[in-house]
Design a protein around this ligand. Structure first.
Ligand code: GLN
Length: 309
């Protein structure tokens, strides 16, 4: 019977030949999925035999991966912000660089709560209306759900201190987002709205948002064909940002005067090459508004911050 080591070695070779740049990691993740243990356990038991059923499952998974399908879709799961998200072809796979957006959002919520006149005892249970957050184009729900879980871990009460409205134009993706929220018991204080960016009337009778988050499509249309083959399995709708990649961000920026509170902030994920074009595009739509760019962990431009003058 083949051992874990044999299976990984064979599959690594096959995937490398098929053009994967992460052949060994792919092989380990897929074998872990096939035998239902995590990767570290595999590495610790290299001589253990792999049963026939698991091996067949593994072979099928490796064949899919060799054809270019992303590992995350094959496993049906992707780690993001320390959480496991269900993922499939309904939505874009969460990327590690998007964690920068969640980090900034957590900081923004906590500083806003801290600045509020607290109830007796203080802490982020402060009184007043909830901080209203929007996640526009939520896709798998990764940003909204990760944020809700991170806030809960800081004793923020979802629904009372904070509400999150997650919008999505694709009903299939919105279902996935709901599934992820329920999967993390994070649906309290969260609303899922099927809408092309914004619904005709914002929730809570049109009240504006304090914090708007968005990882919108921002890839230039003619750059899509040159993306890694794995990306071709993801919804084009989630990637294609028009000729300069900034069409959808521009469309949301145009609405900011109506949908943001006076001291509201919008945080847009942008491409690493949009550190100058992103602010310029938003500045053209919103003359005088303040824009700045925050880096991700790789120190690449990643989040465009937009506020009123
Ligand atoms: N970072 C993604 C990519 O490079 C793009 C995601 C997006 O358009 N929001 O494939």
């Amino acid at each position: 019977m083949a051992t874990i080591q044999d299976c990984i070695a064979d599959a690594t070779q096959r995937l490398r030949a098929a053009g994967s740049e992460t052949a060994r990691l792919d092989a380990e993740l897929l074998l872990g999925w096939a035998v239902n243990v995590d990767r570290t356990a595999l590495i610790a038991h290299r001589d253990a035999p792999v049963g026939a059923d698991a091996q067949a499952r593994f072979e099928a998974a490796v064949t899919r991966r060799a054809a270019g399908e992303p590992v995350a879709y094959i496993r049906g799961i992707k780690e993001f912000f320390g959480l496991a998200f269900a993922v499939d072809a309904r939505a874009l796979i969460p990327r590690p660089e998007t964690e920068a957006l969640v980090d900034l959002a957590v900081g923004e919520v906590m500083s806003r709560l801290a600045a509020r006149p607290g109830e007796a005892g203080g802490g982020p249970g402060a009184g007043g209306d909830p901080i209203r957050i929007a996640d526009i184009g939520t896709g798998s729900g990764a940003i909204a759900v990760a944020l809700a879980v991170a806030l809960r871990n800081r004793r923020v009460v979802m629904g009372r201190n904070v509400t999150i409205a997650a919008t999505e134009v694709s009903p299939e993706a919105l279902d996935l987002a709901r599934e992820n929220a329920v999967g993390h018991a994070a649906a309290d204080g969260m609303r899922f709205i099927e809408a092309d960016l914004f619904p005709p009337v914002l929730p809570d009778n049109g009240a504006p948002f304090d914090i708007l988050l968005a990882n919108l499509p921002y890839v230039q249309s003619d750059a899509i064909a040159g993306l890694p083959i794995a990306t071709s399995f993801e919804p084009r709708l989630a990637l294609d940002g028009g000729p300069d990649g900034l069409d959808v961000i521009r469309a949301v920026a145009e609405r900011l005067p109506d949908v943001l509170t006076d001291d509201g902030v919008a945080l847009f994920e942008i491409g690493a090459d949009q550190g100058a074009s992103g602010p310029a595009a938003v500045g053209a739509v919103l003359p005088g508004w303040r824009t700045s760019v925050e880096p991700d962990l790789a120190r690449l431009p990643r989040v465009l911050r937009v506020e009123r003058p």
